[in-house]
Design a protein around this ligand. Structure first.
Ligand code: CTP
Length: 425
């Protein structure tokens, strides 16, 4: 294991070493488990550490948080805790447990269990290995299901025949990992995965859980691969039975990726894009607005995300037709695009190949976006204008002049207001 540790970033090494110390001090065996260990062996960066403890995960987390001086969130209901060290590094801590599924797709009934039982309840062999955290000693790998062999062979394998029926969201996870890691789903696992889909296992899952898995897929580096594979398997009917993933979806996803890369490269200071939302909205291109509203409501998309998807579909045709014209005044571009989210703008740029539209989008992001006046209401009141229609009209006119480059500073804004008032007398 030493060779893998050598490559770890210092901050992760420090957490692991402090966790090993806590384990010794409070006499609770602790293990690094799951995806972080998988990625450690594969040499893939992963800043989400998972620790499982034989004893009491919450008490362990409290000790570790004190040692690392980190923020701690405790989830009493689940008996778990999360240490937040900074905005990209977190440690999830749980107590070893076993899970029983009372019926297919139910949430599992959890009870305490040994480390082996904790590993056995997991989705795939590659996620079912542990590393004992022992201070000052060589750490030992616990691999009861052949995880290392599967990692070496590039193989996704479930641990028991009922795995997909117990938790059908693992169907989406299998496809996601297989695409991300470029692993093959081994034949028996693939047969059981297909059997679970045919048996309607996915229809039994709460749509909100399906949505969360879908979002994880859309956050992957190349989301088209897993989406296409799921479409071919008939595993996207939870979005709509009418959804087809074909060449046009592929073209649109490619165009979105290009557009996102352009945005990230050219506007690094802007807020981070919710790229998944752009791909998600793109999946709905062939649906009518009422159909889209039904889908996003059933999936329980948060209200803000619903609004972004709906505003795109409500405005799309008008925006494309208006922005495809060459001669557009800055104030026109501003009033069309300023109310929209970046996600909507990115999708618009991906859907249309019109050169004028692309130029207007770029100008908006480079020059007009977020433009505000230097003057405020007090300035207008100072000049004798009271809040009301005239007030709004003056603001709009000065902002239009600023967008068009006719006024550039506060003095010029005030001068224009005086001129407008004079003309209105
Ligand atoms: N797990 C599972 N069944 C699920 C979800 C999770 O068995 N439906 C287990 C897996 O062992 C997984 C661990 O819980 O490794 C942690 O889950 P999660 O953080 O979702 O998975 P990671 O493997 O860390 O995946 P990623 O790299 O995408 O974060």
């Amino acid at each position: 294991m030493r060779k893998y540790f050598k490559k770890l970033p210092l901050e992760l090494k420090e957490i692991i070493s402090q966790a090993a110390k806590v384990s010794q001090e409070i006499q609770m065996p602790a293990y690094l488990v799951g995806g972080c260990l998988r990625d450690l062996i594969l040499g893939v960066k992963n800043f989400d550490l998972d620790i499982t403890v034989e004893g009491d995960g919450i008490i362990f987390a409290q000790h570790l948080a004190r040692k690392l001086k980190s923020r701690l969130k405790i989830y009493v209901r689940f008996g778990t805790a999360t240490l937040i060290l900074n905005d990209r590094l977190k440690v999830d801590i749980a107590t070893t447990r076993q899970e029983k599924y009372p019926y297919s797709a139910a949430l599992p009934v959890v009870s305490s269990g040994s480390l082996k039982e904790d590993l056995k309840r997991r989705d795939f062999t590659i996620n079912a290995l542990a590393l004992s955290l022992v201070a000052d000693k060589q750490q030992k790998i616990i691999d009861p299901f052949g995880a290392r062999a599967d990692l070496a062979l590039g193989r996704i394998r479930i641990l028991h025949n009922l795995s997909f029926k117990d938790d059908p969201t693992r169907i989406l996870r299998a496809i996601r990992f297989s695409q991300r890691l470029d692993f093959k789903i081994e034949p028996k696992t693939l047969a059981l995965l297909k059997e679970a889909i045919s048996a309607g296992a996915l229809d039994k899952v709460n749509p909100h859980r399906m949505r969360d898995e879908l979002i994880l897929i859309l956050k992957e580096q190349n989301p088209f691969g897993p989406i296409k594979q799921l479409g071919d398997l008939g595993a996207l009917s939870f979005i709509s039975t009418k959804l087809k993933i074909g060449k046009s979806t592929q073209g649109l996803f490619k165009s979105i990726t290009k557009q996102i890369n352009w945005f990230v490269k050219n506007f690094p200071a802007r807020r981070q894009l919710d790229s998944w939302l752009v791909y998600f909205a793109a999946l709905l291109e062939t649906f009518t607005l009422p159909e889209i509203k039904v889908i996003i409501c059933r999936l329980g998309l948060p209200k803000g995300d619903q609004k972004r998807v709906i505003s795109y579909y409500q405005e799309r045709d008008k925006l494309i037709s208006s922005l495809s014209k060459k001669r557009r005044l800055p104030e026109q571009i501003f009033s069309l695009l300023e109310p929209l989210s970046y996600e909507t703008i990115i999708l618009l740029g991906a859907v249309s190949q019109n050169k004028n539209l692309k130029k207007h989008l770029a100008d908006f992001l480079e020059i007009y976006n977020g433009m505000r006046l230097c003057i405020c209401g007090d300035d207008l009141r100072g000049l004798g204008v009271l809040p009301g229609k005239e007030y709004q009209m003056i603001f709009a006119k000065v902002l239009a002049a600023k967008l068009n480059g006719q006024v550039r500073n506060r003095q010029a804004e005030l001068a224009l207001i005086r001129k407008l008032l004079q003309a209105n007398k």
